[in-house]
Design a binder for this molecule. Structure first.
Ligand SMILES: Cc1cc2nc3c(=O)[nH]c(=O)nc-3n(C[C@H](O)[C@H](O)[C@H](O)COP(=O)(O)OP(=O)(O)OC[C@H]3O[C@@H](n4cnc5c(N)ncnc54)[C@H](O)[C@@H]3O)c2cc1C
Ligand code: FES
Length: 361
């Protein structure tokens, strides 16, 4: 009993001390001007004390940060060659041994306290900020909205299918942004499409479900590492569920436009028939292009009278349709459970992990 009380007291004291340190760091510490040098370029000066992610953002260097700087996505990796201090426990779950050895850090967790020398991936330096006007917005299922954004001032965006943008959510105390996959094909450079599922109480999705034609939206991009193998000898297999449709739409439409002979299969899992978004559009595309195959499956098909697609979970359809032969590149996007189950199926089909890419959301 005494032992337990001692531990409780120690924990409480530790907690109070940690809180005091945090408050002192936030309100009392003055770090003054600090220089940040990126990739051996001329250094720039920022007022110390803020997050490295924000300092880079102010300098218009847009590091991917899908969780908005909360330390939960692990996307904001940069090399901090000097001045970053020790790696924090909050960063460790996202860094492997090679990254730790290379001084990789999460930019949202590193505080600017002294001069910093950074190594930033070249492609991050090409990310830009865009202002766009909502051209149209419509529900494609009960909770998912398709939003078409026309870029302002004759701007055009270059991206690869499978990439995403980060949309700014206005009206918040801090800068808030959320990641949304590009659903349009890269050939449409002056307007983009997003598909946004409403998360009740969610900042980003509520904002995007509230915008109307004519409203302005700000975003940065493109982000994402997926690199489509354009070789027509390599089959593209897309597996999506829910809002995971967004990058699939971009990929399949891109293949249909640019490499129509490339084998391409779209597997899409929905709960009920009204959730089976864009079914008619993809059926038409497959009808016009014999190398495209489309498989939709409903996991709750009890009340779907007249449903002509498959039933069950989408990984089961993948299992039924995918053979063992040939080169395949797989892109998965959807809920974590769908991705886990499909990855297990892909293993049995002889598809190596390096050829399977996924975005969970
Ligand atoms: C690379 C990438 C691409 C993405 N592309 C898309 C896309 O194309 N379309 C799309 O709709 N979303 C996409 N997302 C998810 C999107 O970035 C947001 O996370 C999502 O819209 C929720 O943000 P929010 O601000 O509305 O909710 P938040 O304010 O972040 O969260 C509010 C509450 O909801 C919970 N919550 C958050 N997400 C979910 C969820 N998925 N299910 C249940 N509860 C949740 C949170 O834990 C929190 O309690 C993508 C994410 C990533 C990383
Ligand atoms: S921005 Fe998500 S972990 Fe840093």
């Amino acid at each position: 009993m005494m032992y337990a009380s001692a531990i409780a007291v120690l924990c409480a004291v530790g907690g109070v001390l940690a809180l005091a340190l945090l408050i002192a760091d936030r309100f009392l510490c003055r770090y003054g001007p600090c220089e940040i040098r990126v990739n051996n370029e001329e250094p720039f000066v920022v007022e110390g004390g803020g997050k490295l992610l924000d300092a880079l953002y102010d300098r218009r260097i847009f590091i991917p940060s899908a969780c908005g700087g909360q330390g939960t996505c692990g996307f904001c990796k940069v090399g901090v060659l000097s001045g970053g201090g020790p790696t924090l426990p909050t960063e460790l779950p996202f860094l492997n041994a090679a990254e730790l050895a290379a001084n990789t850090r999460l930019a949202c967790q590193v505080k600017v306290k002294q001069n910093l020398v950074l190594r930033v991936k070249e492609e991050f330096l090409h990310v830009k900020e865009y202002v766009a006007t909502v051209k149209s917005a419509r529900l494609v299922t009960a909770d998912t909205r398709e939003i078409v954004l026309a870029l302002a001032d004759g701007a055009a965006i270059d991206f690869r299918p499978g990439q995403y943008v980060q949309v700014f959510v206005p009206g918040q105390k801090e800068t808030v942004f959320r990641a949304y996959s590009l659903a349009s094909p890269p050939s449409r450079r002056s307007e983009i499409e997003l598909l946004v599922r409403l998360i009740p109480g969610g900042l980003g999705s509520t904002y995007l479900h509230g915008v109307a034609a004519g409203d302005q939206v700000r975003f940065t991009g493109p982000y994402g590492e997926f690199m489509l193998d354009e070789d027509t000898g390599c089959e593209l297999v897309c597996v999506g569920g829910g809002c995971g449709m967004a990058p699939m739409r971009s990929l399949v439409r891109h293949v249909a436009e640019k490499t129509p002979g490339k084998p391409c299969r779209l597997f899409f899992g929905a709960r009920t028939a009204p959730d089976a978004m864009y079914l008619e559009e993809f059926r038409k595309l497959a009808g016009e292009n014999p190398s495209i195959q489309v498989v939709y499956a409903l996991s709750e098909a009890e009340n779907a009278a007249g449903w002509q697609g498959e039933t069950g979970f989408i990984h089961e359809s993948v299992d039924r349709h995918l053979g063992l032969e040939g080169r395949r590149q797989v892109f998965l996007c959807g809920p974590p459970k769908m991705i886990e189950a499909t990855m297990r199926v892909l293993q049995t089909k002889g598809i190596p992990k390096e050829d399977a890419f996924y975005d969970e959301f």
